[in-house]
Write a protein that binds this ligand. Structure first.
Ligand code: TXA
Ligand code: MG
Length: 306
């Protein structure tokens, strides 16, 4: 069985670093969702991430660094707008896609010459990465295609003893994954809406973030992803939700709020709970596409594909 250790335990950071430095996997708390971390310079350890998740090797991982000063170690030819964003938004739920440096293994990038990088806003994660002395590669700590984990227990439920140590820092404050912006094309492109609202990114860079074109480069862009076992049916408002619920056995209306940060924070835990409670159908009221509403809509829409 994997071990869960409280982030408040005095030796949580050193134990996590010991596991990472000996080639193991750590369930790492972040402000978005829990990650499944390995030292990014240890190919054998990174390979274990793909096996533990059942993730195809062509799906690249995000590098997590503890400080913006580390950015130039892993990325080259960084556009000015990307640097401005990093300065203003990190630590925070924003991932930048950049050209990789020679130091980044192709195992992390799924064979590409680009690398996704972020600084997570979680003090415990930052201490672990800092003491490790190297970036860690960390996808969300769920089985591939399943709902991301927003608690340490979720990580344990999905991965069991495939993760060596889980650092429990409570509920993730944001609850949906980071926003990913690609700065390797001629215009910035949004690969995944997430915890950092795209409107805020546009106002910081003083320009538009475009819809992605070309190949669907992020697995988060696959049509079906982030799914619970039960069916997810989308509706526009509460009246429609109530009408549908009376017609649908074993259905539950997802608790939602016009306060989108609140909605996002409980989204994945609610999906997982519906499976535990053996619900057949979740009825979800779609938020508007503003602020965190865009990320919630995206995850609900993907979860609703059959
Ligand atoms: O909030 C988050 O971003 C969380 C926490 C743990 O940091 N991580 C996360 O990782 O959501 P993951 O692996 O579940 O999603 C990362 C996404 C995937 O869709 C992956 O394809 C994309 O980032 N990605 C990573 N590197 C990429 C690259 N070089 N090119 C294109 N997409 C990339
Ligand atoms: Mg994921």
């Amino acid at each position: 069985m994997s071990v869960i250790i409280s982030s408040h335990s005095p030796n949580a950071v050193t134990r996590a670093v010991d596991v990472l430095n000996s080639g193991g996997l750590v369930g790492l708390p972040t402000e978005t969702v829990y990650g499944l971390a390995a030292r990014a310079d240890n190919d054998e350890a990174v390979a274990k991430i793909y096996v533990a998740k059942g993730r195809p090797s062509g799906h690249p991982l995000i590098l997590h660094i503890s400080d913006i000063s580390e950015l130039h170690r892993y990325a080259v030819n960084i556009p000015r707008e990307a640097l401005t964003l990093a300065q203003q938004c990190w630590p925070g739920p924003l991932t930048l896609l950049l050209h990789k440096s020679a130091e980044v293994s192709h195992l992390v990038t799924g064979g590409r010459d680009t690398v996704a990088i972020r600084v997570p806003a979680n003090d415990c994660a930052l201490s672990i990465i800092d003491l490790c002395g190297h970036a860690v590669a960390a996808p969300s700590a769920n089985v591939f295609g399943h709902v991301s984990p927003s608690t340490a227990q979720h990580v344990h439920d999905d991965l069991g003893d495939r993760v060596d140590l889980i650092v429990d820092d409570g509920n993730c404050s944001i609850g949906v994954e980071s926003t990913i912006v690609d700065f390797t094309a001629s215009h910035p492109q949004l690969l995944r809406p997430g915890g950092f609202p795209v409107e805020d990114i546009e106002s910081i860079i003083g320009g538009k973030v475009h819809e992605p074109s070309g190949d669907a480069r992020a697995s988060g862009m696959l049509a079906s992803h982030y799914s619970p076992d039960c069916r997810v049916v989308l509706v526009q408002d509460m009246d429609e939700a109530l009408a549908l619920q009376t017609l649908t056995p074993h259905s539950r209306i997802l608790e939602h709020s016009d306060n989108y940060p609140l909605y996002a924070a409980s989204l994945y835990a609610q999906m997982r709970q519906a499976d535990i409670d053996k619900m057949a159908v979740i009825i979800a009221v779609l938020p508007l596409s503003t602020g965190l509403g865009s990320a919630i809509r995206d995850r609900l829409t993907k979860a609703s594909f059959l």
